[in-house]
Design a protein around this ligand. Structure first.
Ligand code: ZN
Ligand code: ZN
Length: 294
């Protein structure tokens, strides 16, 4: 559990890429910038980890030493709602590959996109996903990978399985899971859901009611500004593109008011630069509140 609100990039910042260093040097780079989390991208992985174990372990050690909270984004080639049995089996193997890599690194969670409806009823798709996820958890246990948590992501398109309700229900029913609360996706899926601070509070209240106060306090989040159409999410944008929501100030205010300690992986194109802006907004809220209480 994170000890404070933490912020970091979802993937390699451009400034780091330009240095042509290996990923194990990322934690030191982020710490120097003033950030304290990092979401490693496994998004093109197959069933075998695409990082050498030694490199993964070095990344984990450096994350520890630099106080960087490590998480991972699992493969895009995972579909736990697949109709075809072979696809479903391959998806489970790929997700397990990501979990194995995450274990080497000591990453806390593996985020993944649960799947799509493909013309079926949401109820039926839920059952398929729940069963597949339970099988993955069983394998994790038997392979000794039970330290990692699986974090189904709340998805931004109406065609994608993974509404707020669906993800919370999965997390209620399947062990070793916690929700990945993607604020941009929730905003896009419901075509501009977060217009006021109360709209954000409402989602927090639902999470707390369904999964408990600790789950809310320690939620793993994705954040970005987002452009959407009638079908949902279209594209991520930087936080200075104020014509796109959701506004972070609502979230920042509630994080401070409720004493939450979320880990916020910034998914805007500006990654680390914007993660610092989000961090600063929360710090500003903390100062305002401290002044109000003095
Ligand atoms: Zn994602
Ligand atoms: Zn996301």
């Amino acid at each position: 559990m994170a000890d404070r609100p933490r912020f970091g990039p979802a993937g390699m910042p451009l400034g780091f890429k330009a240095l042509k260093r290996t990923v194990d040097e990322m934690p030191g780079y982020l710490r120097a910038e003033g950030l304290d989390s990092f979401e490693y991208q496994m998004v093109r992985w197959g069933p075998v980890p695409q990082i050498r174990q030694e490199m993964a372990e070095r990344l984990g050690k450096n994350a520890d030493e630099n106080d960087i909270w490590l998480t991972a984004h699992g493969s895009y080639f995972v579909n736990l709602t697949a109709v075809k049995k072979e696809t479903l089996e391959a998806s489970k193997r790929r997700l397990l590959g990501c979990v194995a890599g995450a274990c080497w690194m000591g990453a806390h969670v593996v985020v993944f996109h649960p799947g799509s409806y493909a013309g079926r009823s949401p109820k039926e798709v839920f059952r398929v996903c729940e069963r597949a996820l339970n099988e993955v958890v069983e394998s994790m246990r038997s392979l000794g990978l039970g330290k990692v948590r699986l974090a189904p992501e709340m998805m931004g398109k109406a065609s994608q399985f993974g509404s707020l309700e669906e993800v919370l229900a999965l997390c209620e029913r399947v062990e070793l899971t916690e929700p990945n609360v993607d604020w941009a996706h929730l905003h896009a899926r419901d075509k501009g859901r977060f217009k006021t601070v109360d709209d954000v509070a409402e989602v927090m209240d639902v999470i707390e009611r369904r999964l408990g106060t600790e789950a809310l306090r320690n939620m793993h989040c994705h954040y970005s500004h987002t452009e959407f159409t009638a079908k949902g999410e279209r594209r991520h944008h930087n936080v200075d593109r104020v014509e796109f929501g959701p506004e972070f100030k609502f979230l920042a205010k509630l994080i401070v008011e409720r004493g939450l300690k979320p880990v916020i992986a910034c998914e805007t194109p500006n990654l680390d630069v914007d993660a610092l802006k989000l961090r600063d907004m929360v710090r500003r809220e903390m100062k305002i509140r401290a002044r109000g209480q003095a």
